[in-house]
Design a protein. Sequence first.
Length: 148
Amino acid sequence: MRGRQEARRPHGELVADVLAVLWASAEPMTAQEVKGALRQDLARTTVATILARLHEKGTLDRTRPGRSFAYAPVADAAGLAAGRMRRELEKEPQRDLVLKRFVSSLSAEDEDVLRSLLLAAEGEQRSGAQAPAIEPLSAEDPVRAEEV
C-alpha cells in the first residue's frame, strides 16, 4: 500500500494533463480518445470521472455525438485562471483593498500591461464596443467559469 501512495501524482496534475489534451484538440474528445492521447496507464473510467467532474464544474462542455460523451473546454488556460482570480476577489468584502494589494505586488512590466489593458477597455466602452477580455468588476456580476 505504501508504494502505491508514493506513485500517486500530485493533486491536480492529471486534471492539468487532461485539460492540455483537450486544449490541443480541434474537436471535442471522448474519454477513450483523451485516454489514448495521454499515453499513460490509466483506466478509461478514471479519465471519464475527471471529464465528468470538470463538466459538472462548468470547465467543459459535453455533447453526445454517438454512444459516448465528447468533451471540449469552455475556456483556454488564461480564461480559467482569470475566472479563479475573479472568484477569489468576489469572496472579499473589501475588494478595493484586495485590488490595491494585488496591483502593488505586480512587477513593473505587469503593471504596464494591466494599465494598457484597462485603457483599451475604457476606450472601447466609450466607443460603444464592449471589451471581451476586460470587464468592469461589480458585486452583482455572476461567476462565468467554475474552478478547475
